[in-house]
Design a protein around this ligand. Structure first.
Ligand SMILES: Cc1cc2nc3c(=O)[nH]c(=O)nc-3n(C[C@H](O)[C@H](O)[C@H](O)COP(=O)(O)OP(=O)(O)OC[C@H]3O[C@@H](n4cnc5c(N)ncnc54)[C@H](O)[C@@H]3O)c2cc1C
Length: 495
């Protein structure tokens, strides 16, 4: 993969920028040596790399304001970065720009048990909030599998999801307000602790904006009481289609589990070898279904789900017997990406979402594409949300395999759009899926996105070249917007 070209030309050179920044920042806040800069050359999408001009690591709001105002004055592109776990290249550096690391902004400023809120700096790790809030019987619900490392700033910028978002919502549903600094260095306070706020909903706009509208400098999160009781069920199936159908059956019965996840056989095997959770190795697919709430509610729901799983043809249904077993079964699921990473030299993690009822046919089609491209695929995903994560296994050292993996991935995304879904469920667009945006949105819709970008960042300096393709680029690609899930071009009718 090659990085997307970017337009902006800085008005000063790298050495002059370093000299200016040294005036603004304390010692040990800049990284300028070539060897050190390599550490920031990519995020979780390691197929695309770009060494930044330099990296700044501010530790106060005032420093961030001063850095942005300076870069604005000299037309220097700025890319914000949290932990760099993003999987779509959102934090890919700019070759003639500043990488703004928020890693030092990692204080939990306040936990208010009465208001059930946490006020945090952007570099706080996702898991650290729940660990701190547990003292008060509270937790932060969105739990990306990367939660041990990823930051809340990154979560807001990507509108991240996780295993428990089916019932409790994505990041956007679990934040009250954010403070951002614009490219000009202005502070904006968006949202409030009230249920509604006057004016346009800029909080929702910033959530998922992939670092293109402003730098998030503080977040007020919504905390929830730790559920009184939680029961995790594991169900094994002889076919992937049966497992996928059971997902729809559970939701259609009016049950919203706290989490409803699926792993196919390659993912089960990889996770088992990684965590030894006694997953059934011969199953074609397993579902992990968690019910939470009061003890009585959980008892009743668990029995209902077990009946549905039995009717759906499950060959095995197992209840986690205690907290240790429950944690181990979730650990296997949450470690599935690195576990699958041990199966082949490289893997490409796709992220798309589809209407739940289309799961069986889409999974079958992904299996066919796997044969077509001669590349294995492991599926591990948020089945309840219809959010797919096919992991395409390849070896970058084998000629042609990178291209085959990319084409396979692009076909999966096209398939998602064709069945009425979306090219991203939670990992964002970044540089990875920028071309597929031309399929997903019409020219008028893309023009609207460009208008919003220009309102926040008229000079186009924040994270340029990401997330929103130019209309020119879409025209060059000859891509056609897919209207209402109906493909207008016959060669893709196979979907
Ligand atoms: C093993 C693994 C499992 C994962 N599982 C999940 C999952 O279950 N659900 C999920 O949603 N994602 C998942 N991800 C993807 C990733 O962890 C999330 O997108 C996460 O939110 C990124 O956070 P980060 O701090 O690493 O951000 P980065 O990767 O550093 O940045 C991501 C984007 O946010 C922007 N950004 C970062 N900080 C700021 C800020 N302060 N202000 C403005 N913009 C900012 C960057 O410019 C970039 O566009 C997974 C990744 C891995 C490697």
């Amino acid at each position: 993969m090659t990085p997307t070209p970017h337009a902006s030309t800085p008005l000063i050179g790298r050495d002059a920028l370093i000299a200016h920044l040294q005036q603004l920042l304390p010692a040990n806040s800049l990284c300028v040596e070539a060897e050190m800069l390599r550490a920031w050359e990519c995020d979780g999408l390691s197929a695309i790399k770009q060494v930044p001009w330099l990296v700044a690591m501010p530790d106060t709001l005032e420093q961030i304001q001063a850095i942005l105002a300076l870069c604005h004055a000299h037309r220097i592109p700025v890319v914000a970065r949290g932990a760099g776990t993003g999987l779509s290249g959102g934090a890919l550096p700019h070759g003639q720009g500043l990488l703004l690391s928020l890693a030092k902004m990692k204080s939990i400023l306040e936990i208010n048990p009465l208001a059930r809120t946490a006020r945090v700096q952007p570099g706080v790790r996702n898991l650290a909030v729940s660990q701190a809030a547990r003292l008060h019987g509270l937790y932060y619900a969105p739990d990306p599998s990367s939660q041990i490392a990823c930051t809340l700033g990154g979560n807001v910028a990507e509108n991240s999801g996780g295993v428990h978002c089916l019932k409790y919502g994505l990041t956007v549903h679990n934040i009250h307000s954010v403070q951002i600094v614009t490219m000009e260095g202005e502070i904006l306070q968006l949202g409030s602790e009230a249920l509604d706020s006057p004016g346009y909903d800029l909080l929702a706009l910033i959530t998922g904006s992939e670092g293109m509208l402003g730098v998030i400098t503080e977040i007020t999160l919504r905390l929830l009481p730790v559920p009184e009781h939680a029961q995790l069920l594991l169900a094994a199936f002889d076919t992937v289609e049966q497992a996928a159908t059971a997902v729809g059956d559970i939701i259609a019965a009016g049950i919203i589990p706290a989490g409803l996840e699926m792993m196919d056989n390659p993912a089960i095997r990889a996770a088992e070898a990684f965590v030894h959770a006694a997953y059934p190795l011969s199953a074609a697919a397993v579902l992990l279904c968690e019910l939470d709430g009061s003890a009585a509610e959980v008892r009743e729901r668990t029995a209902q789900v077990e009946t549905l799983l039995e009717r759906g043809g499950a060959s095995l249904i197992r209840r986690a017997q205690n907290e240790t077993e429950r944690a181990l079964l979730w650990k296997g699921r949450k470690s599935a990406f690195p576990a699958v990473g041990r199966l082949s030299p490289d893997y490409y993690c796709m992220d798309g979402s589809i209407p739940r009822r289309r799961l069986p046919e889409v999974l079958t089609r992904i299996g066919e594409l796997s044969e077509h491209y001669g590349l294995a695929v492991a599926n591990v995903f948020h089945a309840g949300d219809g959010n797919l994560h096919p992991l395409i296994l390849y070896d970058a050292n084998q000629p042609g395999e990178v291209e085959r993996a990319e084409n396979f991935g692009a076909d999966i995304l096209t398939l998602c759009v064709a069945v009425g879904g979306s090219i991203t469920g939670e990992h964002g667009v970044g540089v990875e899926k920028i071309d597929q945006m031309c399929l997903q949105f019409s020219d008028a819709e893309l023009a609207c996105f460009h208008g919003i970008k220009a309102a926040f960042d008229p000079a186009g300096l924040l994270n340029p070249g990401k997330a929103i393709p130019s209309l020119h680029r879409c025209a060059e690609l000859g891509a056609m917007h897919v209207h209402g899930g109906k493909l207008p071009f016959p060669e893709l009718e196979r979907f």
